[in-house]
Write a protein that binds this ligand. Structure first.
Ligand code: ATP
Length: 337
């Protein structure tokens, strides 16, 4: 029916009201955020029905998470955890559109996600399941939940999407390569930066030129190199069986499938806040995917969603509608809001 299921951790988000560190900044805003629920809201804005599964604490922020995502029209299947708090992020602006996010999520309710939180039929009734590489690194039970969902999706013939989204604060590159690589190997659609694609690529241990370090070094700073990106994607998926979408920041994005690759050049924009660009990009891409759009159209929409999100503060609040996207594409740099 063209619906999407996603699961993950959504946390409270405290954002400084102006540039500076919380060592001094006195005023802040309270909101919520999480990669998967950001994608969920992005999809709803684009007209796609979405379910979100997650765990929150029995506290005020948990209440806020549930009400806010539900208020956006997402079908929220949240487990209330009486024994752990809702996680928290702090976002400090450092000027020129850059920010630093700090996480307070160890032993949070969201990180205690487990396979039974994903109820019967929830996977099986979706057209596509979207996961990120964040969730399996939160805990053993969250990893088990991701693996169980991919297993159920494969049995039911449901398409699997993965945004690698490697967070170095959660695991070393070696551990992430193993854990996220396991998920990537069963995904039909994989999103990542060049370095993230390298992270999950198969390697021959002990071979001098195929160590994780050398692969990551090859991928670093490859955002503006079309041929280098094609080469990386071939390392990850030599047969072109998966749809691999490489996010290239200001240089736009490339999508590869079945030996063909498509490029969308970056939109020139005045960057206010890049956080959330990747999630908006994924929402744009998936909205076309569940409607069986051709690759170039999915990529064009995703690339516009990502660029537009860079021009507006907030991680997900300004996720665009189709009309706003059309206005942005037609009008160049000015978001039509
Ligand atoms: P996030 O910070 O949300 O995790 P990400 O690292 O996953 O983002 P990016 O490559 O930074 O992903 O951005 C995703 C997409 O958004 C890009 O592929 C591009 O389409 C768009 N985008 C990001 N930054 C810019 C920019 N400065 N100018 C134009 N488009 C951008």
């Amino acid at each position: 029916d063209g619906s999407v299921l996603t699961l993950g951790e959504t946390m409270g988000l405290i954002t400084g009201s102006h540039v500076g560190s919380f060592a001094h900044v006195a005023h802040a805003q309270v909101g919520i955020g999480g990669a998967e629920s950001n994608v969920a809201v992005g999809l709803v804005r684009l007209g796609v029905p979405v379910s979100w599964v997650g765990r929150v604490g029995d506290d005020s922020l948990g209440n806020r998470v549930v009400r806010e995502i539900r208020g956006e029209g997402v079908d929220v299947r949240a487990t209330l955890d009486p024994d752990a708090p809702t996680g928290l992020m702090l976002k400090e602006f450092r000027g020129r559109g850059t920010s630093r996010v700090s996480y307070y999520r160890a032993n949070s309710a969201g990180s205690r996600l487990n396979p039974t939180d994903v109820g019967p039929g929830v996977v099986e009734s979706a057209s596509l399941v979207h996961l990120t590489g964040i969730t399996p690194l939160l805990s053993d039970s969250a990893r088990a939940a991701c693996l169980d969902v991919t297993r159920r999706a494969r049995v039911a013939g449901v398409r699997i999407s993965l945004d690698i989204n490697y967070r170095p604060s959660l695991a070393s590159a070696d551990e992430a390569a193993e854990v996220i690589g396991e998920l990537a190997s069963s995904a039909d659609l994989v999103f990542g930066s060049p370095e993230e694609i390298a992270l999950v690529s198969p390697r021959t241990p002990g071979t001098a030129n195929e160590t994780l370090e050398s692969l990551l070094a090859r991928a670093r700073n490859l955002e503006d190199d079309d041929e280098g990106i094609d080469g990386l994607v071939r390392t990850f998926d030599p047969d072109g069986r998966r749809e691999v979408v490489v996010k290239r920041g200001p240089f736009g994005a490339t999508s590869c499938f079945d030996g063909s690759s498509f490029i969308a050049a970056g939109h020139p924009v005045d960057v206010v806040d890049t956080v959330g660009a990747g999630d908006a990009f994924v929402a744009g891409y998936l909205s076309g995917d569940v409607q069986d759009w051709p690759i170039d159209q999915k990529l064009t929409r995703a690339n516009a969603c990502g660029a537009l999100m860079c021009t507006i503060p907030g991680d997900w609040e300004a996720s665009p509608t189709p009309e706003e996207l059309d206005g942005f594409i037609a009008g160049g740099t000015d978001p039509v809001l």
